[in-house]
Design a protein around this ligand. Structure first.
Ligand code: UD1
Length: 378
């Protein structure tokens, strides 16, 4: 490979920011929205709630001035775990939300207990019945109450759900042990552009002071760090020279450090451009996936592919998700030498792989959609 790649807007930001637009009783314009199946699905979910959407190129206009429904349809939610994010904004805006439990994914069961406990701490009554999460705010005011919430784990989704819910709550909410991922910061910036009062996003303590209402905004989504990281790995594995833009290099610190550790060269050519040069054989390294700023679980499979061809033994430890080593069987079919012990994969580099029929994102019943449907999580 050689050349320059344009990196699209971050999928995980776009999905949650789309949900966040439910907080606003006026039209919001989102730019740099990637063109992906999941974005289309999130759009369908919002449309089912009565929201008007219009897409032109990478610009998506969302008008949630009237929300006719507080119940999200199971058939749509089951196809996209990220759709559970709508529970926070719906509850904050309407005082009631009915959202099906999300299906899992090929990467584990993925519970929502942290989202639910946080909403309960803010005064919501939550019941889970027949696979549906019913949440409502009882009492004379339909507003959630600010609260001090400690997350047992810095879950990205729970941090985002609770941050959105808190924007319109009465009083101040503090999220301790919050996720620090760039997509959390992007959501906070979007909410602030609508008039929300949020500080500390990007650290492990986020403080949100509730405001009575939010207003229209025009907001551009950050570049996708996983797409950028995936191209960097593709460049390294093919011993290529490639250039990527736009990117935010700081979002890729752990990925760049590991590429350099195995012998690839990565240069920051300008504040939003990276260049990778991979000329020599690559070496083994050990990787442990962690919450940001640690090494991202969403880059683990790509690095495993790369390490199958690196010289020596590497160990990858997946700590974020319980079942995210399913690609091992597929890589093995292509001649990779990988042994799995619990959440560790021990990879012994081989000189080359050979072509074989393989499956990406093998369907599982956990997707909530049954056999025949693939789950499009990264
Ligand atoms: C998001 C990203 C996903 C990424 C992940 C971790 C989106 C749409 N998806 O997923 O690409 O891989 O962050 O960076 O943004 N957990 C609980 N209880 C909860 C919530 C989570 O136990 O209530 C557990 C999960 O099962 C998992 C871990 O926490 O083991 C991390 O999950 P979380 O950070 O919430 O990931 P998501 O928001 O689902």
């Amino acid at each position: 490979m050689s050349g320059t790649v344009a990196i699209s807007g971050a999928k995980n930001s776009a999905l949650v920011v789309m949900a966040g637009a439910l907080l606003c009783p006026q039209e919001c314009r989102l730019r740099n929205v990637p063109s992906l199946v999941d974005v289309g699905r999130m759009g369908e979910i919002l449309a089912a709630l009565g929201v008007k959407l219009e897409r032109q190129d990478d610009c998506l206009t969302i008008d949630a001035s009237s929300i006719g429904q507080s119940k999200a349809p199971y058939e749509l939610v089951s196809q996209l775990r990220a759709s559970f994010f709508i529970i926070g904004p719906l509850l904050a805006r309407l005082g009631v939300a009915r959202v099906p439990m999300p299906g899992g994914c090929a990467i584990g069961a993925r519970p929502v207990d942290l989202h639910v406990r946080g909403l309960q701490a803010m005064g919501a009554e939550v019941q889970i019945d027949h696979g549906m999460v019913y949440a409502c705010v009882k009492g004379s005011s339909p507003r959630l109450q600010g609260a001090k919430i400690y997350l047992d784990y810095p879950s990205v989704g729970a941090t985002e759900t609770l941050m959105m819910a808190a924007t319109l709550a009465d009083g101040e909410t503090t999220l301790e042990n919050a996720a620090q991922e760039p997509e959390v910061v992007d959501l906070a910036n979007f909410c602030r552009a609508m008039g929300a009062k949020i500080r500390g996003a990007g650290t492990n303590t986020i403080v949100i002071s509730g405001v009575p209402s939010l207003h229209s905004t025009d907001y551009s989504i950050i570049p996708d760090r996983v797409e950028a990281g995936t191209f960097l790995v593709a460049g390294a594995i093919t011993h290529s020279e490639i250039s990527l833009s736009p990117v935010i290099p700081d979002h890729l610190t752990a990925v760049i450090a590991k590429l350099r550790a195995i012998g690839a060269q990565v240069f920051t050519e300008s504040p939003n451009r990276l260049r990778l040069v991979s000329t020599r054989h690559l070496e083994a390294t050990d990787i442990e996936t962690l919450p940001y700023p640690g090494f991202p679980t969403d880059m683990q499979a790509q690095f495993m592919s790369l390490l199958t061809l690196s010289e020596g033994d590497s160990v990858i430890t997946e700590t974020v998700f319980e079942n995210r080593l399913r690609h091992v069987a597929e890589l093995s079919r292509m001649g990779a030498d990988i042994r799995v012990k619990g959440s560790n994969a021990i990879i012994r580099g081989v000189p080359m792989l050979s072509g074989a029929p393989v499956v990406g994102n093998r369907p599982t019943g956990l997707c909530g959609a049954g056999v025949g449907r693939t789950c499009r999580k990264r």
